[in-house]
Write a protein that binds this ligand. Sequence first.
Ligand SMILES: *Cc1c(COP(=O)(O)O)cnc(C)c1O
Length: 384
Amino acid sequence: MYAHLQSLLKQRQQAALYRYRQIHDTFYPQTPILQIDGQNYLAFCSNDYLGLASHPRIKSALQQGAEKYAVGSGASHLVTGHSLAHHQLETELATYTGRERALVFSTGYMANLGIVTSLLGRHDAVFLDKLNHASLVDAALLSRAKLERYPHNHMQKLGQLLKQSQAQHKLIITDGVFSMDGDLAPLPKMVEIAKTYQAWIMVDDAHGLGVLGDTGRGTLEKYELGENEIPILMGTLGKAFGVFGAFVAGSELLIETLIQTARSYIYTTALPPAIAEAVRASLIVAEEETWRRQHLHELIKYFRQSAADLPLMPSMTPIQPIILGSSETALAVSSALYERQILVTAIRPPTVPQGTARLRITLSALHDKSQVDELIEALKEVLK
Ligand SMILES: *Cc1c(COP(=O)(O)O)cnc(C)c1O
């Protein structure tokens, strides 16, 4: 076994695909500064888009939640793990998304596995964008439905695949905001196509919720689409909401089905109730502190104007990638930035397609314009 593992790891190393974990000594609240080996780094990597991960009110909700309930939930939801905190959070998420009900999962990965395996079986088909998140691909594979993939945002190809499909049930799944590219799925067109071929639609809005739309309700708000058009909405709670966990929102019937059949909901310990309490506080803060979203969108505009000479992608979200091609180049640029005490992760295959290794720059409400200037200056120097 060890000889086999050694050769696997060696291959990764030779292809510049080996991953290392950095240890962060401290997290400076209210700033995007991270400390590694006692040195400070200006970071543009996290998904904490609204800067809520270190918010005092949310921290305090976590502490009080642990006092009121317990640290652990003690069991799965269907045994004795479902606390009032979870239940209130579900009600509030339903209200937040304007849907009948919501169901909280421990992670987004598990939510996706649970939803797709509950809804589909071997006589069905699932239609995925080539750039969909890995958890959606795994969910599709686990469901045993026929996996049909279309080129990124290629609605004509999606239509063709649906037309040819003999499957009993057809489910289209897309990211609302693509996690490594930052662009949006063309949802209005997709809804039209789904109607034509009687397919169901699910949107994973991990990177849109909290950020897009006038009130932060995400990609669906941006496009003015509701439950009638997109019956299955999945969201995560560890990105813009700054905490941990995930949820699905939809009709009473959808949620009841998931409670009865989603194996990644049933056969796992419920999220700690204090985490649910922290998310409840986070929903309120995300709603009330509108300056976070406003400032973030100003920064995105500012970054795109100031970096107009760089090879930017068509993204109006906090995800602003710079495609560099080979894994070696992406690593070299990321290391050169690191030497300048700027942290931007190199994203390489298999996370992104071959030949599209990139820097994935993400902006947060906690950055200021001078920090964006610093990043762009360093990028220009390094890319020369
Ligand atoms: C992060 C992410 C997930 C997984 O969510 P976790 O809560 O981190 O497991 C699922 N889908 C997309 C698009 C994501 O970006």
